[in-house]
Design a protein around this ligand. Sequence first.
Ligand SMILES: CC(C)(COP(=O)(O)OP(=O)(O)OC[C@H]1O[C@@H](n2cnc3c(N)ncnc32)[C@H](O)[C@@H]1OP(=O)(O)O)[C@@H](O)C(=O)NCCC(=O)NCCS
Length: 244
Amino acid sequence: MAYASQQFFLQKREVGLIAPVLCTLRILGEDDIGEAVTFHKRITDEIGDAGFFAEDNTIVESIRGEGAVSGIFAEGRLIALRAVSYVKEYVDDALEDLGLDPSEAGNTAVMDFCVTDSAFRGNSIQFFTYLFMENILYPNRYHLHTTVSPKNIFSLTNILKCGFHAMRFKSKYGGHPRFVLYKNLRKPMAVQTRGHKEILLRNYDYHPKVFADGYVGYKVKHKSNGMALLYGKPLVVREESKAS
Ligand SMILES: CC(C)(COP(=O)(O)OP(=O)(O)OC[C@H]1O[C@@H](n2cnc3c(N)ncnc32)[C@H](O)[C@@H]1OP(=O)(O)O)[C@@H](O)C(=O)NCCC(=O)NCCS
């Protein structure tokens, strides 16, 4: 299926200057693989910390059909990438994380990663490229899974803004702490903000306890003593109240 490309201006930041630059967002094809892999490697090398952002990815498999990759181009080069994966190993891991039945594999997608060039950060790219991908995934791939490091505050903030909820806190990818996040496109979940809890992100021992009490994480908040995750209980809509 062909998807239309989109054009818009984003703000590019340089030393002493901020300037609008024409950008194009589109789904990547076979010819883009080399540039996409190189761009992703450059950003992961810049980060240089697998505890924060892991280098593993399925760019090649996703572009070849086991997922999808979108890219934003500006000034003749890639400035942002977002990948969604249907690769079996990733999907099986997601089903396990989310406690979903293996029969749901064909309806599950893993939000593999989003990376943006540092000169273009601040344009909400992680948010709007997610919406672009949601348009491709809906209605067939509706169990959406992703993970994020509690140290990656920018990404955690954006993923929650995209409507994901933190469901678990566990060690992944060779011993790195990660929040497991989930969004179901067919059964949107409302979260009760009254009686919410605020748990500092660095309080690693406490997150599993809050999840065990039935809470989910829905927002990041800047507090005077550090960044916190806000937790609330999902709103359970009873069948009879829906019918009335
Ligand atoms: C996470 C990431 C994709 C967010 O990019 P984005 O959507 O372009 O960023 P946002 O528009 O949300 O940025 C909001 C603000 O945070 C700042 N910001 C975002 N990421 C930042 C970072 N890594 N370091 C410092 N500041 C950052 C932006 O400059 C912006 O500041 P402003 O409000 O003063 O303009 C980007 O930081 C990135 O590529 N990080 C490395 C890879 C990564 O961690 N990916 C996410 C996991 S898959």
